[in-house]
Design a protein. Structure first.
Length: 347
């Protein structure tokens, strides 16, 4: 599979009155053509900041201070305004975290589709815009006669479908979905995501899927990245990340997750609270909450290292899983010095 997006050593800061907050720290990953990559992690760990950075939608006080983002080999961080206008929505589009509030309450849905098509010079008349908009509504199973309604006349689930239809309007190669169904009930959530999956199969786009719902994520995604306090701490095939976690934080997430099968088990959760990003201590950021922490963990910052062909982990003492160890390789060159204890040694 060829790479669509490649992010290397991405660092994003927010410049606040109280100083610089590094919300995303040295994050590297890629998304293949047609792949669904999930990003999970506690609130405030930097997921939306990454999503905004991929489309260069971040605004001051946010600043991409280090790293690179490539889209089909093109440098997204070097694009000028004209190139960005072409890039956004045509190549990468986004369903925002508060998608239901993205619609303009005083304009009909028809007008909002027209706005998109017109801005990108895709149609030569209003009638053509209406035909294209109806086509998109059909794709997300909304009756076409609803095109002339206002957002308040739709249910939450329908508004969400409209927003997804708009995000697909220019047939992007990457769809970023930042908690696209958070405010919806589980049945509607599932219906919408099944629809998105069908569309992905039909049109072949890739998806970056951000959610707190790990069960949805495991079902939908090919691979999942787990973030903690601005760092990517594990990247693995979706089916393995909870059943065979390598990072203690991923293990804790799995333990916080109810199962309907087997014996009744107490959910353990993860003790403690996330780090204050303005006071990041030396060593591993997860150490104050980690059941495997050693003295070395409080001094040395672990890098994301390759544990086997498909898995990367940033931990000095990764959890053991059978015969997974291989010679580690850094995913990319890190800004910090490599640690002496390697991933494979610890395995
Ligand atoms: N405009 C801003 N100014 C200052 N700090 C910000 C700003 N936006 C985000 N942050 C900080 O950056 C960090 C990452 O925020 P981000 O929104 O990316 O997290 P998230 O993982 O998407 O969280 P959630 O799951 O709650 O959506 C947080 O600590 C947040 O407080
Ligand atoms: S490096 Fe140490 S503290 Fe950090 S997750 Fe691994 S074992 Fe825990
Ligand atoms: Mg967010």
């Amino acid at each position: 599979m060829s790479k669509l997006v490649e992010v290397k050593n991405l660092c994003v800061d927010y410049i606040t009155f109280n100083g610089r907050v590094r919300a995303v720290s040295d994050v590297s990953f890629h998304i293949n053509q047609g792949e669904i990559l999930g990003l999970a992690g506690e609130s405030g760990c930097g997921k939306s900041t990454i999503a905004y950075s991929l489309m260069r939608l971040h605004r001051p006080p946010a600043l991409i201070s280090e790293g690179s983002i490539e889209f089909e080999g093109r440098d997204v961080l070097a694009m000028d305004d004209d190139q960005l206008r072409e890039f956004r929505w045509k190549e990468t589009s986004m369903v925002f975290q508060s998608a239901m509030n993205c619609l303009n309450p005083v304009k009909t849905i028809e007008y909002q589709f027209w706005d998109i098509f017109d801005a990108h010079g895709l149609v030569s008349s209003r009638d053509e815009s209406i035909e294209k908009a109806k086509e998109l509504l059909r794709i997300v199973d909304i009756p076409t006669e609803r095109l002339f309604d206002y957002p308040h006349q739709f249910s939450g689930g329908m508004r969400q479908r409209v927003v997804i239809a708009m995000a697909l309007a220019l047939k992007p190669k990457l769809l970023i979905m930042d908690e696209p169904t958070t405010a919806l009930d589980v049945v509607v959530q599932r219906e919408i995501l099944q629809k998105v999956y069908q569309l992905k199969e039909q049109f072949g786009f890739s998806i970056l899927f951000i959610t707190h719902d790990l069960s949805l994520m495991v079902e939908l995604c090919d691979r999942i990245g787990i973030m903690y306090s601005g760092k990517l701490v594990e990247l693995a095939p979706a089916k393995q990340i909870l059943s065979q976690p390598l990072h203690p934080y991923a293990h804790g997430l799995g333990d916080s997750f109810p199962t309907l099968h087997g014996e009744l088990q107490e959910m353990k959760g993860i003790p403690g609270t996330p780090l204050d990003l303005q006071n990041v201590p030396p060593g591993c950021r997860f150490a104050p909450r980690c059941f495997k922490a050693t003295a070395a963990c409080r001094e040395q910052e672990p890098q994301l290292l390759q544990a086997n062909e498909q898995r990367w982990v940033a931990c000095l003492e990764p959890l053991k899983i059978a015969s997974q160890a291989q010679q580690p390789e850094p995913l990319t060159q890190s800004h910090s010095e490599p640690s002496e204890t390697t991933c494979a040694e610890a395995l």
